[in-house]
Structure formats: C-alpha cells, structure tokens
Design a protein around this ligand. Structure first.
Ligand SMILES: C[S@@+](CC[C@H](N)C(=O)[O-])C[C@H]1O[C@@H](n2cnc3c(N)ncnc32)[C@H](O)[C@@H]1O
Length: 241
C-alpha cells in the first residue's frame, strides 16, 4: 500500500514537472536575475538579517527568529525584489495573506509603492505584529477578513484608485482558494499587471492553480524563482493584453 502511494507521488511529481516545462517554459530564473544584479547577495543578506517566523522551518540561514518574521526562501525573495525593481515605478500593490506584515513591509521598502492594499483574515499567530510592521508602509489600506467574502470585493472596489500593478497571492493555499483569489485580483488588474503566486513548489494547490492559469492563458508566465535547498516557489505572471 505504502509502496503504491510512493509510486503515485513520484508519478505526480514527474507529471507536474513535465507540465511546468511544457506550459511555463523558459522564464526568468534565480540565476538569470543573479547574473544581472551584482547586489543580489547583499539583498539576500538583508532578508536573512530581517528575521524569520520560525528558524527551524525556514532554515535558510536567517540570523534570528522574530523581527519581520518572514516566511520566505531568501534567495527566491531577493530574485522577486530585483525582478520587480526592473519595472519600477509600481503605483499600487495588493497582497492577499500578510501574516506578520513583515514581507509586505520589506517589499514596500525595497521596491517602493504609492498605495498598498493588504487583505488578511488576522488568524496567523503573528497577526498582532502587523500593527508595527504596517506602520512603516506608506499608503497602506487594510482589510481584515476573508478574501473570498463579498466584503473583500467591496473593499477593493472602494480603495483601488488605479488598477493594480502587482497582486501578490499568499493566503488560502488550496487550489480553490488560490483560484478564487486569482479571479478577485484579476478584476482589479490591467493588461500588463504582475500577478505573483507564492508556494508554487511547496503547495500542490498553488502549483495546480499556477499551471492552470498559464495553460488557459489567463497569465503569461514571465518568471519562476525556485530556490535550493527546500524550495517554496515564487511564480510571476503578467495579465495578457
Ligand atoms: C503563508 S501566510 C502569509 C505569509 C506572508 N505573505 C509572508 O510572506 O510573511 C498566509 C496568511 O494568509 C491568511 N489567510 C489564509 N486564508 C485567508 C483568506 N481566505 N482570506 C484572508 N487571509 C487568509 C493567513 O491567516 C495568514 O496570515
């Protein structure tokens, strides 16, 4: 029985990796970004020095637990920061799933946005830390609640003055949850907006949503940052014209 399960898991992995090669193809990678940016390591070090949620789980050489309490692979996050910087300026950034608010705060500092919209249900054990971390984010507007609720759409309708330049999706990691968050985000995007999906390798639901969005041409894949060891996976797609 266990053997059968192992074979099934292995086959699923092989099928997913083939789908990735087939649909996502040759997009911007960590090594591409690293080769364009001599300051790559300096940014990785800043991320590691900002602190993580959990030193055992996010075992990527963070200097301490706490601080911004990041839940990121520093190599993937550095690639994302530099990739987004290349297309500056970005006026409006929206994030679904903020946890401590630390990743949002760091992105705002490293990339720079005029308006930041956070949608988070406030259920993460570190949600109370949002207060301090968000105080450093200029132009912040917060929705505390379920991103799948009617109220979330009303919040965005009332607060998105200029279409989103970047939508970062890192909330409910089930396939249905990500798909709903993607649908909501797209209502407020424009052709050319970036949609970032977090955990495309670590979570099968996110991976399925990413591959399906690309296959259905809902997103044009431009980058996927898959760091070693223990990849989480950050995918970047663009809303097609
Ligand atoms: C993985 S954490 C986000 C990590 C954060 N982006 C970071 O990099 O530090 C997921 C967050 O999304 C929240 N969340 C999960 N499902 C949600 C939903 N349906 N609506 C809003 N927030 C949700 C969780 O409570 C948690 O705060």
């Amino acid at each position: 029985m266990r053997r059968l399960e192992l074979v099934r898991t292995r086959l699923t992995r092989v099928a997913r990796s083939a789908a990735r090669r087939r649909y996502v193809g040759d997009v911007d990678s960590i090594s591409d970004v690293r080769s364009r940016h001599p300051d790559f390591e300096a940014i990785e070090d800043r991320i590691r020095g900002a602190g993580t949620d959990d030193l055992d789980y996010f075992a990527y050489g963070y200097t301490h637990e706490g601080g911004l309490a990041l839940q990121q692979n520093p190599t993937e996050f550095a690639a994302l920061i530099l990739h987004l910087r290349e297309d500056r300026p970005h006026r409006t950034y929206m994030e679904i799933g903020s946890a401590s608010g630390g990743a949002c705060s760091l992105l705002s500092q490293e990339v720079g946005f005029e308006t930041v919209l956070s949608l988070d249900d406030g259920r993460h054990p570190r949600a109370a830390e949002q207060e301090a971390n968000f105080s450093r984010v200029p132009g912040l507007k917060r929705f505390v609640g379920d991103s799948h609720s009617a109220e979330a759409r009303v919040f965005l309708a009332q607060n998105v003055e200029h279409p989103l330049d970047i939508a970062f999706i890192d909330g409910d990691h089930s396939f249905r949850g990500v798909w709903q968050d993607l649908g909501l985000s797209l209502e407020f995007c424009r052709p050319g907006s970036f949609v970032v999906l977090h955990d495309t390798v670590a979570c099968s639901g996110v991976e399925r949503a990413w591959l399906q969005a690309v296959r259905k041409q809902i997103l044009k894949p431009v980058a996927e940052f898959i760091g070693e060891p223990k990849p989480l996976g950050i995918a970047v797609g663009v809303v097609p014209v």
